[in-house]
Design a protein around this ligand. Structure first.
Ligand code: DGL
Length: 272
């Protein structure tokens, strides 16, 4: 019926927005688990339970393909879901691989051995759960050698964004960038490894300064999805338009989403 986009809250809207721009006719259902955000401070079992519950709701709404537009869920739950939980006729894709392919200048399906790449010092900004999973480093090691990754767990940033407190989010981002740059003064690239962070991307860019290439996921994920659907058109679905559902309070989530996307967004209560 539609492609599902899942996030713990509002961050996945950055991916939804890029997907809508790249594939304007694609029917979508957005699921925000706002009642349980943030995921980034939870343990892996908890994240797995919440993610499978939300993705099941999207399956039940007719989505055969779901994008986990959440690095924390992709890092902590995706592999376990793909190994034993996702039904054969459904697909669940994460957001890490398009980012790492861009960083390592690889095309989809390039399974050649890991090789040296242009960047050697990479700063990773992500939630505490994503950082402690080391999933980014693992995926990178399949494709590249000789890359030094310094990771900063950005405690508090997702909460501040979910509360709509952008002044606090700004201050936290600056202090996390400063903390990382004390350990790695000259990164060549910075990865925004959380789908909430594009909402404060300008602050990251400003704090990092010139000369740091910033990799942000929304456009990369939208391009990877377009590529996937060109190869697997049966997952496009025949629904109409975009629906937004949340486990949180629909009125308050709608208001914040409207503020972030700068157009009126109406969430309804998720039926779970
Ligand atoms: N947007 C999620 C991510 O990409 C948010 C994490 C959270 O809920 O802490 O990691």
């Amino acid at each position: 019926m539609a492609v599902g986009i899942f996030d713990s809250g509002l961050g996945g809207l950055t991916v939804l927005s890029a997907v809508e721009a790249r594939l304007p006719d694609l029917p979508l259902v957005y699921f925000g688990d706002n009642a349980h955000t943030p995921y980034g401070v939870r343990d892996a079992d908890d994240i797995y339970d919440l993610t499978t519950r939300g993705v099941q709701a999207l399956f039940d709404m007719g989505c055969d393909l779901v994008i986990l537009a959440c690095n924390t869920a992709s890092a902590a739950a995706l592999r376990r879901m793909q190994e034993g939980w996702v039904p054969q006729d459904k697909r669940v894709l994460g957001v890490f691989v398009p980012l790492i392919e861009a960083l390592t200048e690889r095309k989809w399906g390039d399974n050649s051995p890991p090789r040296p790449v242009a960047v050697e010092h990479v700063a990773l900004f992500a939630t505490p759960a994503t950082v402690s999973s080391r999933a980014f480093q693992r995926e990178l090691a399949f494709r590249a050698v000789g890359v030094d990754v310094e990771a900063q767990p950005c405690a508090g940033v997702v909460d501040a964004i979910e509360m709509g407190d952008m002044i606090l989010a700004d201050a936290l981002v600056r202090s996390h960038v400063e903390a990382l740059m004390r350990r790695m003064p000259k990164p060549e690239a910075a990865i925004l490894g959380c789908t909430h962070y594009p909402l404060v991307e300008d602050v990251f860019r400003d704090a990092l300064g010139e000369g740091v290439a910033v990799y942000s996921q929304p456009d990369l994920v939208a391009e990877a999805l377009a590529d996937y659907l060109a190869r697997r058109p049966e997952f496009i679905g025949d629904g109409q338009g975009t629906r937004f559902v949340t486990t949180g309070d629909p009125a308050s989530v709608s208001n914040k989403a409207t503020q972030f996307l700068r157009r009126r967004i109406e969430f309804t209560a998720a039926d779970i």
